[in-house]
Design a protein around this ligand. Structure first.
Ligand code: CDP
Length: 200
């Protein structure tokens, strides 16, 4: 299952709920780019960091901050970094029992043959508010306006890059969560996946 979309649209929440409901493995591919971005903030060279990445690096603290998000989006525009992270993602996607991956290019590049594809989106303001609440709960001192600005910058960079830009796959269903509760968004995602599995 491929779940893509812009920052803080609700991909992770939906992907985790879908994985739990259907018994699939779940990979948040943003963590790969965040882990590389964090290494770069600490002085590493992006490609070397991507090639040396281990599963343990994905569990490190501090990957969810806004600074690491911005660094992730910069390293994610480097084609060689993306290539270095490809095999791990494809191997995860093929695991027995099924998998759900969320990111920016899952339905377009990583898993073009995914059995179900969702593109999750929401208005800029709603996404910024959700992310602001998360960051604040995690102890980051940042205003809602700053979050909105950094989120727009990141989406613009992710959409404009030549390598695997953020865009819905031609065969993805677009799910706009602006006015949806978490429960309603998860229910809509599950319904789409059930339809896709039934039509196999
Ligand atoms: O959680 P949030 O939606 O804010 O971002 P994320 O999924 O953790 O991704 C962080 C950054 O990694 C994004 O802004 C993208 O630049 C990059 N990314 C990517 O290029 N391709 C992916 N499949 C996943 C993330």
């Amino acid at each position: 299952m491929a779940i893509d979309g812009p920052a803080a649209a609700g991909k992770g929440t939906i992907a985790r709920a879908v994985a739990a409901a259907f018994g699939f493995g779940y990979l948040d591919t943003g963590l790969l780019y965040r882990a590389v971005g964090r290494e770069v903030l600490e002085g590493a060279e992006p490609l070397a960091a991507a090639r040396a990445l281990t599963v343990e690096d994905l569990a490190r603290d501090g990957l969810r901050t806004s600074d690491v998000g911005a660094a992730a989006s910069k390293v994610a525009a480097i084609p060689e970094v993306r290539v270095a992270l490809l095999d791990f993602q494809r191997a995860f996607a093929r695991r027995a029992g099924g998998a759900v991956l969320d990111g920016r290019d899952i339905g377009t590049v990583i898993c073009p043959d995914a059995e179900a594809k969702l593109f999750v989106t929401a208005s800029d303001e709603v996404r910024a508010l959700r992310r602001w609440q998360e960051l604040r709960d995690a102890g980051e001192e940042i205003t809602a306006e700053e979050v909105l600005e950094t989120l727009r910058e990141r989406d613009a960079r992710d959409s404009a890059r030549a390598a695997a830009p953020l865009k819905p796959a031609g065969d993805a269903i677009v799910l706009d969560t602006t006015a949806l509760s978490i429960e309603a968004a998860v229910a809509a995602a599950k319904a789409h996946i059930e339809r896709a599995l039934a039509s196999r």
